[in-house]
Design a protein around this ligand. Structure first.
Ligand code: FA5
Length: 348
């Protein structure tokens, strides 16, 4: 039998085996078996040397043609196996694009933030600008410059978180109210007129109850200029309450005391729950307090850089959480910082 016949048989056998091969491991095995250094083709090539010199060129050509044909068949099979593997993968990973998508959970603004923004919008419409001041304050700004020198009994109105400071240094604290911002704003604007609101967080070292938190927000208001009177304060606050709670809301002012205002007042709105008849929420008075206010004390104007003989001013401080409680009928302030999603999701 000639070497040509052997090559022909080898070729037929190899190609038919290749046709039955469907994975890359079997292809590698096939390649080693037929085209490898120790493979069938290499074995036949060793017979070339035994041929008569005249036969060698033709046999060499047949040999090369066979190698070429097998290599070509192998690369076609590799392509076929690769495409089949890709098809299988696509089928396994197929997406059902008719399924409804998953709704991503949408975040929302915290009810305190929503109320702060509403308050800012209402006062913005009345010409007030927003001014921010630090949450960490010195004793002087939180008390002294607000007409409460050391040992002033009114300091007991605010239970304070003090920070550790070296002995002899001025005491540093978490502000108990936004009123220190009045001094910052005045010192920035003096001697120009002012109309600002100062929103922010406050901290008090007090017993937590349904109406008291250790951390809460306040919005301070401050107007300074010539001929500002208590009537301006009353008009501003009644206008604010009507915009927030509706034109029909009933309001009242009561005389009060704050060291930094003279005279001082508290501002109440009619109880949302009982309509003024008296209930548990309003402690049977029919009214709910929403803020403290008054005419800026001359000492405070002076500390802010103004001449109280030339200008006057009013100030007020309100609690947005209390205002939101009234607006939405929330009976416990502790819900606000509870992190309970069932509560938060109600404020879309
Ligand atoms: C003050 O803090 C004064 N600085 C307000 C003021 C400003 C008066 C300017 C005059 C001129 P008061 O302690 O009453 O006052 O607090 C004001 C408002 O903050 C309260 O009406 C209430 O709405 C809110 N608030 C006070 N303490 C708490 C608390 N622990 N938790 C939640 N809200 C509070």
């Amino acid at each position: 039998m000639s070497i040509g016949d052997d090559l022909q048989r080898l070729r037929e056998q190899a190609v038919s085996q290749l046709d039955a091969t469907h994975d890359s491991a079997a292809l590698a095995e096939w390649k080693a078996r037929y085209l490898g250094k120790q493979g069938e083709l290499a074995r036949l090539s060793r017979g070339l040397g035994a041929l008569a010199p005249a036969e060698r060129p033709a046999a060499g050509q047949q040999f090369n043609a066979t190698r070429g044909a097998l290599e070509h068949a192998l690369s076609a099979a590799e392509q076929r196996v690769k495409e089949a593997a890709q098809r299988d993968a696509f089928e396994a990973e197929a997406l059902d694009i008719t399924l409804p998508g998953r709704q991503p959970a949408l975040g929302r603004l915290h009810p305190s933030t929503q109320t702060l923004r509403t308050i800012a919008t209402v006062f913005g419409e009345m010409g007030f600008q927003i001014w921010e001041s630090p949450e960490v304050e010195t004793d002087a700004f939180n008390f002294g410059l607000l007409n409460m020198p050391a040992d002033h009994p009114a300091r007991d109105m605010w239970d304070t978180f003090y920070l550790d400071t070296p002995p002899g240094d001025e005491r540093v604290l978490l502000r108990t109210h936004t009123s220190p911002g009045q001094i910052h704003a005045m010192r920035h604007y003096a001697p120009q007129p002012i109309r600002v609101i100062l929103p922010g967080k406050c901290y008090r070292y007090e017993q937590i109850t349904a109406r008291h938190e250790m951390q809460f927000h306040q919005v301070e208001g401050l107007a300074v200029g010539e001929r500002i009177s208590l009537a301006d304060l009353k008009g501003t606050l009644v206008g604010f309450a009507r915009r927030l709670y509706g034109q029909a809301v009933r309001t009242r002012f009561r005389g009060s005391y704050f060291p930094f205002t003279e005279p001082s007042v508290e501002f109440d709105i009619e109880c949302f729950l009982c309509g003024g008849n008296g209930c548990r929420v309003c402690k049977h008075s029919g009214w709910l307090e929403i803020l403290g206010a008054g005419m800026v004390h001359p000492n405070v104007l002076r500390n802010g850089g103004y001449d109280p003989a030339r200008v006057s001013g009013f100030a007020f401080g309100m609690g947005p959480e209390r205002i939101a409680m009234l607006r939405y009928g929330i009976d416990d302030i502790r819900w606000f910082f509870s992190g309970d999603e069932r509560f938060l999701q109600q404020f879309g």
